[in-house]
Design a binder for this molecule. Structure first.
Ligand SMILES: [Cu+2]
Length: 813
């Protein structure tokens, strides 16, 4: 009897202790080689991840080492042939199959033998890729809003530096954690590691990717999901997005239902970059920037549906979650997303596109679009969602239709290039866990079940990059301006339009395009040259006479060419930032694409912004764009280089003013962090300057950005920026703990403080941690821990005492 009670008591103690441990502890999240997600439990206060970045090769199985086969060993791999089998000559005791010529690789066969599953990628292309934890894309990181995230990025590349940008996260008070190489912090050298630590204060669908060169196009990216706290989602969000069916099951499994899509290149992106950057003439008499297409003839720029141009890079293939097929007849495994009947599923679509926009759809299903770039809007049922590089769309998929008639459906991402058939990336939605699918027969049992679009009942397309489809196409465009924010900001957070007249740098007209005789990649005739010191980590430069901040000031766009310079755009530079104020300086930016009919997805770091207005060019009766919007004009110099875009009549158009109420942007205007600027059109965005720092602003098309279509936004005077942590500028690894991070944040020094504390002497980093404060903090933590333990013991004792009393009562009864 007594032993039983003792056992019970120790069990209770154990349970309590483990609960407490979970509540206060950091969780080291398991991210083994090739697991497609890393999930941090919602009870942890800190989530720790390790991302290992290394070269891998397609069609290769790697021998895995380390505990639980978590790491690959460089240099020991086994090539497969293109049909997906290991050639006999390369069989080995570890990575062998029973009979490699008859067994397809399914995954489990490899991992059981301690070998990685070969990545076939597009089924044809033998080339090196940049893998994160053994795969492209990298694992989807799943955390809960409010958690502190500690991600150690280990650069195991031999010859490249990297950095990781957490796309869409504001990095408030941590601007040096934004991961733009040469802007936020120095890139991570080969062989070194870097500890990103920040608070995941937002919620929604985000992603991470390299921000050095064009590494993203090599596969260096992955999903990043910040879940809403459960109660907020259930009580506030769900009734708004599923109002008609409150009892049915809504499945939100970001680890299974996050979809990334990318157009994939035959050659290494550096190869393509060099061709474009040098405007190489590959063929006699070819126009500049001409590159060979797949039949080795000069690539002609092909037109989009609306007559606007596409990139100079020929389309090769595309991938959904790292898998695709070069041309439709290639045999290769595709990504399969499993669902069950009678559920609602939240899918998260990530635009990891390299160059081209995609039109996304799922055969036999309507998509209920509910959020973009981390902000909810009133749900809209659509058949298609257009997604460009950097954008994210969340949608609900309804699987309750009993008459669906088939078990597997095509998931499609098609480019907007005007070809027949369309350039198409495929994946599979399966109601059977993919059990009745066979990649070796090319999934021939999946019928075509595209949505039926008629003029009487046209299909709906969310986020067209043009005003409308040609007449007779039975497709209706839903502009982002037609969406209505689900949680409008309070009035004082709505940006003012026009912004304050006392703030000269609060409105900016920025034209994105390829101008001049060399077709250079410009913003207002300026092509970004990256600084050689990361601005966000170097307070000292502001006091140094040799400081280089905005070299474009010294450069005049002349008649023959633009400028290649460090293009800094100050916003709210003369204002004083008050962190305790509810309202901040309003900023308006007009992004245009006036000189060439190219669509550019523009991304601003450190913020999201409200979409105030979208303006389009002029279209002919066939739906082709013929001339730029007449709302704007641009003074050009030399060979058609646009340098000073502005309102044509000196005043904004009436359509824009209809979206302004009482001098502020209307609350229903949705918020995003990446927006498509239509060819020959423009977009007006608005935000409040509440985040001092250096923030990258750029076209998210990989090569447009790498070629210079980017600028550095300097928000407030740099002396008001948060000082960087010590040692962040050092060569070699930058490592620190969450405790050090929190202590550093509590100190809260600005660059001005930092410079004052060092007497104005130049330093390479920021300020150093206060040892005493650190000691006090450790003391407080230990004290708190003791209090918690004592409380646990007391409650246990009380529990046991109650049991004893009850038992005694029972005995007396
Ligand atoms: Cu662009």
């Amino acid at each position: 009897e007594r032993r039983k009670r003792e056992r019970e008591m120790s069990a209770v103690l154990l349970l309590l202790a483990s609960l407490l441990f979970q509540l206060v502890a950091a969780e080291v999240v398991s991210c083994p080689d090739q697991q497609s997600y890393c999930n941090c439990s919602s009870t942890a206060s800190v989530c720790e991840f390790i991302l290992r970045i290394e070269y891998r090769h397609t069609f290769t199985s790697y021998k895995l080492f380390g505990s639980n086969n978590q790491q690959s060993f460089d240099g020991e791999g086994y090539f497969l042939n293109r049909s997906g089998y290991i050639p006999t000559v390369q069989q080995d005791g570890d990575c062998n199959f029973d009979d490699p010529r008859t067994r397809p690789f399914t995954g489990s066969d490899f991992t059981r033998r301690g070998c990685s599953v070969p990545m076939t990628v597009d089924g044809v292309n033998y080339r090196a890729i940049i893998a994160i934890n053994g795969q492209i894309p990298g694992p989807t990181l799943v955390v809960t809003s409010g958690q502190t995230v500690h991600i150690r990025v280990v650069n195991s590349l031999v010859s490249q530096s990297v950095s990781i940008h957490w796309h869409g996260l504001f990095q408030k008070d941590t601007p040096w954690m934004d991961g733009v190489g040469f802007v936020s912090h120095p890139p991570i050298d080969p062989g070194s590691s870097f500890d990103y630590i920040f608070t995941a204060g937002q919620s929604g669908t985000y992603w991470y990717h390299s921000h050095v060169g064009s590494e993203r196009a090599d596969g260096l990216f992955g999903g990043l999901v910040l879940r809403d706290p459960d109660t907020f989602f259930e009580q506030v969000v769900r009734p708004q997005i599923l109002p008609e069916d409150s009892s049915s099951i809504l499945v939100d499994s970001p680890e299974l239902h996050t979809i990334t899509v990318i157009d994939w290149m035959r050659e290494h992106p550096n190869d393509m970059f060099v061709k474009m950057n040098d405007s190489l003439f590959f063929f006699p008499d070819a126009p500049v920037s001409t590159v060979p297409d797949r039949s080795n003839t000069p690539h002609e720029e092909s037109d989009l549906i609306d007559g606007t141009g596409t990139s100079a890079v020929p389309y090769w293939s595309g991938l959904i979650n790292g898998r695709g097929r070069f041309d439709s007849n290639t045999l290769a495994p595709l990504s399969v997303f499993s669902v069950e009947s009678n559920r609602y599923y939240r899918f998260r679509l990530v635009g990891s596109n390299a160059m081209l926009a995609f039109n996304f759809s799922i055969d036999g299903h309507t998509l209920r679009a509910i959020a973009s770039d981390g902000s909810y809007y009133q749900p809209r049922d659509v058949e298609y969602i257009v997604i460009h590089s950097g954008e994210r769309y969340d949608f609900i998929l309804n699987t309750t239709n009993p008459n669906r008639g088939q078990t597997n459906f095509w998931i499609r991402a098609e480019t907007l290039v005007d070809t027949s058939p369309r350039q198409s990336v495929l994946a599979v939605l399966s109601y059977t866990n993919g059990n009745d699918l066979d990649w070796r027969n090319g999934y021939s049992n999946i019928p075509d079940a595209r949505p039926t679009c008629t003029s009487a009942s046209p299909c709906r397309v969310l986020n067209c990059p043009f005003q409308q489809y040609p007449a007779g196409s039975a497709l209706t465009c839903i502009s982002l301006m037609n969406l209505s924010s689900l949680f409008p900001p309070p009035t004082n957070k709505l940006p003012k339009f026009p912004p304050s007249s006392s703030c000269p740098d609060c409105i900016h007209f920025l034209n994105f395009g390829f101008d001049g005789p060399r077709d250079d990649s410009f913003i207002n005739g300026k092509s970004l040259q990256l600084p050689n010191t990361a601005y966000a980590t170097n307070c000292a430069q502001y006091t140094s006479s040799k400081s280089i901040i905005n070299t474009c000031d010294r450069c005049t766009v002349n008649t023959t060419s633009g400028c290649r310079c460090i293009h800094v755009i100050p916003i709210a530079n003369a204002a004083t930032f008050d962190p305790n104020s509810d309202e901040h300086e309003s900023i308006i930016m007009i992004f245009s694409s006036l000189n060439s009919p190219d669509t550019h997805p523009i991304h601003l770091h450190g913020h999201n912004f409200q979409i105030l207005y979208t303006g389009y060019g002029t279209y002919d009766s066939n739906g082709k764009v013929t001339s730029p919007s007449t709302d704007l004009v641009c003074d050009t110099v030399g060979n058609n280089i646009c340098v000073t875009p502005r309102w044509a009549n000196g005043t904004p158009p009436a359509g824009l003013m209809a979206r302004v109420s009482n001098g502020r942007v209307i609350g229903s205007a949705i918020s995003k962090d990446t927006v498509m600027v239509p060819g020959y059109g423009y977009v007006v965005i608005a935000l409040q300057a509440d985040n001092p720092g250096y923030w990258f602003l750029h076209c998210h098309i990989e090569f447009h950005q790498a070629l210079g279509m980017a600028a550095i936004v300097q928000e407030y005077d740099p002396l008001q920026h948060k000082a960087p942590p010590p040692n962040i500028n050092n060569h070699g690894s930058f490592q620190w703990s969450v405790e050090e991070f929190k202590q550093f944040q509590d100190d809260g020094s600005t660059c001005a403080d930092s410079i004052a504390s060092t007497g104005g002497a130049p330093t390479t980093g920021g300020i150093s941690l206060s040892q005493t404060k650190f000691g006090v903090m450790i003391g407080v933590i230990v004290l708190l821990f003791i209090v918690v333990v004592v409380m646990a013991i007391v409650s246990c004792a009380y529990f046991v005492y109650r049991r004893k009393v009850t038992t005694r009562h029972e005995r007396f009864r």
